[in-house]
Design a protein around this ligand. Structure first.
Ligand SMILES: CCCCCCCC/C=C\C=C\CC(=O)SCCNC(=O)CCNC(=O)[C@H](O)C(C)(C)COP(=O)(O)OP(=O)(O)OC[C@H]1O[C@@H](n2cnc3c(N)ncnc32)[C@H](O)[C@@H]1OP(=O)(O)O
Length: 725
């Protein structure tokens, strides 16, 4: 748990808890023992603390926070013990020093870091605050503005920036341990008072009050209902306003509030869920543990519309040489211009700028209309618009032109992977890679295997997600896959609520108050209403192929709302046309304002169809939208389309703006309680028997009958499945 050794007069304490030396209670005990041993040994003149395997520490063991043991006071006293040592203590930071790990380093009298090390206090991202006096020491070391920024955002900073901020005393490119031992020997006998952060005053700001006021407004705005950032702020404010010991007391109180909060549980669940989905498997037995990815040395993207441009940008940022293909020169030039603009912007955001991206080099990024140039690529991502015939034509061509073994990916958001693969002679190499817009920003990559997709293809797509710094989630093939399939009943309920008397702004408000970045109507306006309209026309739900005499508000005996189709017929496609569910300042404008035209259009529509309007309260809006989405999630799990609830949650958090502090839809259902979700669905389903999305799924009923088991046991109620959580 921690090794104790000697390098002449320097005692070396090495934290050991692979892979990242998380601070479990055992590690902390061993650290304390080591410090006491060094203190008691008169031949020890200085101490050096480092971590096993060139990693300092990723902080407190997050799994430990859900245990009933008391641990809130476990680390703070040890950090104080380090600081009060009469022998100089040097931290040798390699790899990561995060959370409690950095707090240990802050207790040390000197900090030396490897140039590639990363530091941060990311507790806020798991619903906590740095509870081992970090909120009190960091502002004393690097000043209030920088400390507040690090603590309320949880960002990791590289060693070079840490040096500029004064967080570390020195950075080294070679052996950090040797450099730290040298430093420890050098400072033996020097006064330690000035190195004890708890004794330092906070550097004053010209107008502390105004700074804190403005900072709080910013923190609250960014938090969007998440509690931890504001409590982090309060702890740092205590550092600015109170003596050290009082600040520590305040930090402990606030830490305790967060530790027992539902939000912390949700965020910690989300942390492990994101890691659990990396261990993918399929019902046919393919698995991450046995499938090896193939290398992607060169890739191609077909189609330079909005999605294709973002995908190209992502691949260039990941340093993958690339061919970008369009159907003709006009589209190619338009696409090239847009891609270059995106890349210029990305380069400006990066530390080493455009040089690092190297996108002006045709050997790294080539634009073409010539399909034959795809003959030597390892992977192709097709990103043309959602049309099965067009996609099949392209895949047929690809299977003839590409080299054997090349991975053929389709960026479809709903279409059948098997049908696309049927156009090729190599269906085992065909896979869905569903990116989310904007593709160079959004973290989610939904990876869809078809009936014939090989384990190697899945492993390669997962490897690609990692290279693109995205979260890959492997799911099965069905209409809309996981994300959009769960979205359909949610959006459908939102539209039905309008028919029954609500307004877009009222529905959006409820869901945005819940924590979504955008409510369903603002989101549809952003995505473009025409996208769904085209899909509904292709499905024969609207448009010229609709059989004459079809009732306006029914399709195949089920309730249907033609409202979105009617808006599209009016040319209201959302932001792009300046009008949709809202009105905008101009076509392409982003500021949504309620539209009186839409309100009277809705009244007229309700009159035409003799719909009695009623007042719909917030609870009904929230429950009908969310529970129908969750209900679809249970159906997806029962069908084996996803191998666990964590997959659905990771998809929703990273691709659909679901508030992370609520843990994802399935985790949320577990916190509401499955009996309650079931009872509400039953109630709404009785009122709306023609809406299948409200009919409780058999799996949900089974779990309720089984006594509402915890989320990690759900899958065991389906034959043979086990949870990865
Ligand atoms: C019982 C607890 C006693 C402690 C008492 C403390 C008392 C309170 C006082 C202080 C409170 C301090 C609060 C904290 O320190 S909270 C922790 C803050 N740290 C973090 O949030 C960092 C979390 N880790 C990461 O962000 C990443 O792991 C990173 C370090 C960036 C590395 O990323 P990557 O290279 O992608 O590796 P993985 O994420 O896959 O990690 C590898 C496995 O390690 C597990 N892991 C990582 N960090 C922790 C951790 N802090 N605790 C437990 N486990 C951790 C991770 O889950 C991976 O394992 P697996 O694949 O099995 O899930």
């Amino acid at each position: 748990m921690a090794q104790y050794a000697r390098s002449s007069a320097v005692a070396v304490i090495r934290l050991c808890n692979p892979p990242l030396n998380a601070l479990s209670l055992a590690v902390l005990q061993a650290l304390e023992d080591g410090l006491k041993k060094a203190d008691a040994d008169p031949s020890v003149k200085a101490v050096m603390i480092c971590g096993e395997n060139r990693k300092f520490s990723a902080g407190a063991d997050i799994r430990g926070f859900s245990s009933p043991k008391r641990h809130e006071g476990a680390l703070g006293p040890i950090v104080s013990l380090i600081e009060s040592s009469e022998k100089p203590v040097v931290a040798a930071i390699e790899g990561v020093a995060l959370g409690g790990g950095l707090e240990v380093a802050l207790g040390c009298h000197y900090r030396i870091a490897h140039v590639k090390a990363q530091m941060g206090l990311p507790e806020v991202t798991i619903g906590l605050l740095p509870g081992a006096e970090g909120t009190q020491r960091l502002p004393r070391l690097i000043g209030l503005p920088a400390a507040l920024d690090m603590i309320t955002t949880g960002k990791h900073i590289p060693a070079t920036e840490a040096l500029k901020l004064g967080l570390v005393d020195e950075i080294v490119e070679e052996n950090t341990i040797e450099a730290a031992i040298r430093l420890a020997n050098k400072v033996i006998g020097q006064p330690l008072g000035p190195r004890r952060l708890s004794l330092k005053p906070i550097p004053r700001l010209p107008n502390m009050e105004a700074f804190l006021r403005e900072a709080l407004v910013k923190v609250k705005k960014q938090a969007r209902g998440c509690l931890a950032p504001e409590l982090c702020f309060q702890a740092v404010r205590a550092a600015a306003e109170r003596p050290f010991a009082e600040g520590v007391r305040r930090e402990r109180e606030l830490f305790q509030v967060l530790l027992t909060s539902g939000q912390a549980r949700a965020l910690q669940y989300a942390f492990f869920a994101e890691r659990a989905v990396r261990r993918w498997d399929t019902p046919s037995g393919a698995s991450w543990s046995s499938a090896a990815p193939q290398p992607v040395r060169k890739a191609a993207v077909i189609g330079l519309g909005t999605m294709g441009r973002g995908i190209v940008t992502s691949l260039v940022k990941a340093n993958i040489p690339l061919v970008a293909l369009e159907q003709d020169l006009e589209y190619l030039n338009k696409g090239r211009k847009a891609v270059m603009l995106l890349l210029e912007r990305e380069a400006m955001k990066m530390e080493r700028g455009a040089q690092a991206l190297d996108f002006h080099n045709p050997a790294r990024l080539q634009f073409t209309v010539d399909f034959d140039l795809l003959h030597d690529v390892d992977l192709v991502i097709e990103a043309v618009f959602e049309n099965m015939a067009l996609k099949k034509e392209i895949f047929h061509k690809l299977s003839k032109i590409c080299k054997p073994g090349a991975l053929l990916c389709t960026n479809t958001s709903a279409l059948n992977i098997d049908e696309i693969a049927s156009a090729t002679s190599c269906p085992q190499q065909v896979i869905g890679t569903h990116f989310f817009s904007p593709a160079h920003v959004m973290r989610l990559l939904e990876i869809i295997y078809g009936r014939h997709t090989s384990p190697t293809a899945i492993a390669t797509a997962m490897q690609l997600a990692k290279a693109l710094k995205k979260v890959g989630v492997v799911v099965g093939n069905c209409f809309g896959f996981v994300g959009n399939r769960m979205m359909f009943p949610y959006v459908q309920q939102a539209v039905f609520l309008l028919e029954e008397g609500s307004r877009p702004e009222a529905v959006d408000q409820v869901l945005e108050d819940f924590g979504f970045k955008l409510g369903p109507f603002r989101m549809s306006d952003l995505a473009g209403l025409d996208v769904g309209w085209r899909s509904r026309k292709d499905q024969g739900l609207t448009g010229p192929s609709l059989p004459a005499g079809t009732p306006a508000r029914q399709r195949q005996g089920q309730r249907y709302s033609p409202l979105p189709d009617l808006l599209c017929e009016q040319g209201r496609f959302g932001q792009k046309t300046g009008k949709g569910w809202y009105q905008y300042e101009r076509a392409g404008g982003r500021t949504a304002t309620p539209d009186p035209w839409l309100h009277s259009f809705l009244s007229h529509y309700r009159d035409t169809h003799h719909i009695k309007t009623r007042f719909i309260d917030q609870e009904e809006i929230l429950e009908r939208c969310l529970f129908s989405l969750i209900n679809e999630g249970f159906a997806i799990l029962a069908e084996g389309i996803a191998s666990g609830p964590e997959h659905l949650d990771v998809i929703y958090i990273n691709g659909y703006g679901w508030p992370k502090h609520r843990g994802g839809p399935m985790f949320y259902a577990s916190t509401v309680g499955l009996p309650r979700v079931l009872a509400k669905l039953q109630k709404y389903s009785e009122v709306h028997p023609d809406v299948p999305g409200l009919r409780p799924s058999a799996f949900l009923k089974k779990l309720v009958a089984a006594g509402n088991p915890p989320i990690k046991e759900w899958m065991s109620y389906l034959s043979q499945q086990s949870s990865k959580l």
